[in-house]
Design a protein around this ligand. Structure first.
Ligand code: ADP
Length: 296
């Protein structure tokens, strides 16, 4: 499959701070690539460097086969969405998108299609300032789609949204990827929400890419059980004695298991605790977070 972006041994410094440390990554046509890492990991710097908006200190970047720092034409087929979109506040969405479509020489038909696709039908005459946070993000996605790009890059598009809206926006990216065959790059500091929607995940920390793989590769061999119980400290002690590593937070215990056998052992031990009269209110297997993946 064709490489849309090639990032080869890129280092980017801000003064003495190394924001990207010898980073290499490829994004293939049609992929949804997730860039996941804690705040300050270098996700935005990687995005800006890939777009040629920041000068790298060393390494190679090719976007659609061109170096975007020296050739802005490389960005022609890219739509970019930022965390807090800032479109003209008092202009109705339809009017704004009409201006944008003229800049790109696009037919007005595309505006209606895009408004429908992002779910803003009925809000065409609402000014940007009167839209909810989720609707603003939809307007930003519409803005990015008007030029009919081949690649969409969204930098933390969900971080300002509530959980329901986060999922809806991620579903929208999946739909755009499937229906319009767009390549998509999404960054986030929350791993689990991107496990569901991406085909590839790159995990960044302190300017380095620590893991790249499919969602299955990334979470393979790491699972977390959350246990709600009356006496977490007592159960914690019993589980630690037989080699489990776990954290207690309030009534919850978080237990890491590296294999099905370990999960099965955990459930057997908990079953015995229940038989012995311990109060266990709930046991749930949850997706691991970035820290557990990196330790695992
Ligand atoms: P992320 O997007 O993962 O939160 P960033 O790429 O924004 O990470 O930042 C990576 C590191 O570079 C952080 O330590 C951040 O403080 C630093 N940084 C980002 N932008 C600048 C800048 N313009 N000047 C100096 N340091 C910066």
């Amino acid at each position: 499959m064709e490489d849309i972006i090639i990032i080869d041994s890129v280092t980017k410094k801000y003064g003495k701070l190394i924001a990207l440390d010898n980073v290499s990554l490829r994004v293939k046509k049609g992929e949804i690539m997730a860039l996941v890492g804690p705040n300050g990991a270098g996700k935005s710097t990687l995005i800006k460097t890939s777009l040629g908006l920041l000068k790298r200190d060393s390494g190679k970047v090719l976007l659609f086969g061109k170096d975007p720092f020296f050739d802005p034409n490389a960005r022609r087929s890219v739509g970019v969405i930022f965390e807090r979109p800032s479109l003209p506040v008092s202009m109705p969405i339809l009017e704004f998108l009409t201006h944008v479509s003229k800049i790109y020489n696009k037919d007005s038909k595309i505006i209606r299609e895009v408004i429908e696709l992002v779910g803003l039908k009925g809000k065409e005459n609402t000014p940007f300032s009167q839209l909810s946070a989720g609707q603003r993000q939809r307007a930003a996605i519409a803005h990015a789609l008007i030029s009919e790009p081949e690649l969409i890059i969204a930098d933390e598009p969900t971080s300002n949204l509530d959980p329901v809206e986060r999922n809806k926006i991620l579903d929208l990216f999946t739909k755009i990827n499937k229906e319009n065959q767009l390549t998509i790059i999404i960054s986030s500091h929350v791993l689990h929400e991107l496990l569901r929607v991406s085909n590839k995940i790159a995990i960044l920390k302190s300017g380095k890419i620590l893991k790249v793989g499919t969602p299955d590769d990334i979470v393979k061999n790491v699972s977390i059980a959350r246990i709600r119980c009356k006496n977490p400290l007592k159960i914690k002690e019993n589980l630690e004695k037989i080699g489990f590593s776990l954290n207690a937070e309030g009534d919850n215990l978080y237990v890491k298991t590296e294999s099905n056998e370990k999960t099965s052992l955990l459930l057997n031990v908990l079953s015995q605790e229940i038989k012995n009269g311990e109060q266990i209110y709930g046991i749930e297997l949850i997706e691991p977070g970035i820290e557990e993946i990196l330790e695992g």
